[in-house]
Design a protein. Sequence first.
Length: 387
Amino acid sequence: MDFQLTEDQQMIQAAAREFARNEIAPVAGEYDASGQFPTETIRKAGELGFMGVEVPAEYGGAGLDPVAYALMIEEIAAADAAHSTIVSVNNSLYCHGILEFGTEDQKQRFVVPVASGRAIGCYGLTEPQSGSDAANMRTRAVLSADGSHYVLNGKKSWITSGPVADYMVMFAMTDPDAKAKGVTAFVLDCHQPGFIRGKTEPKLGIRASATCEIEFEDYKVPVENRLGADGQGFAVAMTVLDSGRIGIAAQAVGIARAAYEASLDYARERKAFGSAIGSFQMIQQKLADMKCRLEAARLLTLQAAWNKQRCRRTGERNTLFGSMAKLTASETAMFCAHAAVQIHGGMGYSKEMPIERYFRDAKITEIYEGTSEIQRMVIARTETGLR
Ligand code: CAA
């Protein structure tokens, strides 16, 4: 087994690390406090090719592989989870679905501007009454009498980048009686009439990643903006999430790493009872457990990314590895952030250090793109073959 990264993978890892350290880390605390969307750093991320890493160059992206994408997200997240959320949704939840299911015309119109970082993409699946039970959506898409467009009515919630997005991959019921098989996917221009943005949600963590509700009031979407076939939308949504969960796993690894590295430094410097606290066995135990879990989570995440590439060739689903990586890495991020606060004591609780931000940011990775409970369900269903 060869764990050596390719030249391209090493290059994007180094570029993302430099960008994250020099451009994101210095402003992360300010954006967290203000809750403002980080327009300027996201624009720069676009210029560096980070907004469409796996998107082929002819559609405005960097044309790299899923491992390169995971490495880039880890670096951004280690500096600031909120930035990595915006980057991740743009890359995987938005661009991936159009690349996989879109027509050539859709790729040109909707992927090129977003992958190149000139526009922002978002993903609309969740509704107020349907989070984990995604197929229970109520937003309706009704085909017009002349068959030229659908009319959308309903509400989507928890839309990452919703307040600033230019385009949205979204899902609506075209045949409510058919449940999951009655869902259809669309790509929307967010600047058309009937696309109504709600207030930005105040959140515990990833505060600079703007989140809001979107209401559709007789929004007209042309038939040529339907993504995939009528009734194929749920499979589109799940396929996209199989990929998206690798990005969240990489984000969680980045948060865990930041928490671990800060703890390591602090354990060496901080003295108590005449010694560095890192010489105490109770601190050592925490550091050792953090390090083992971090490395295991990273390996599973990179394996999921590598397997995504393999599945592209074989046509298999990457569901199991996406879910295992996301579950393991998100619980690792929470574990490491929790331990980091404890190791730092009062300083871990203070806004003077980023440790409390890691703790607040880590929590979302156990919730969005499928909760830990949903990941366990998906893993067990896949393994047993039972429903
Ligand atoms: N790939 C392709 N098709 C899939 C699939 C996959 N991974 N998973 C399911 N499907 C297909 C099934 O094969 C089935 O079709 P057939 O009957 O033809 O076989 C159909 O979809 C329905 O599947 P299920 O019966 O398994 O559906 P379910 O209602 O039991 O739900 C679920 C499955 C796994 C619980 C799903 O609802 C789920 O993943 N829920 C969590 C939703 C989620 O992750 N939301 C996150 C929102 S996005 C977000 O958080 C964005 C953000 O801001 C960052």
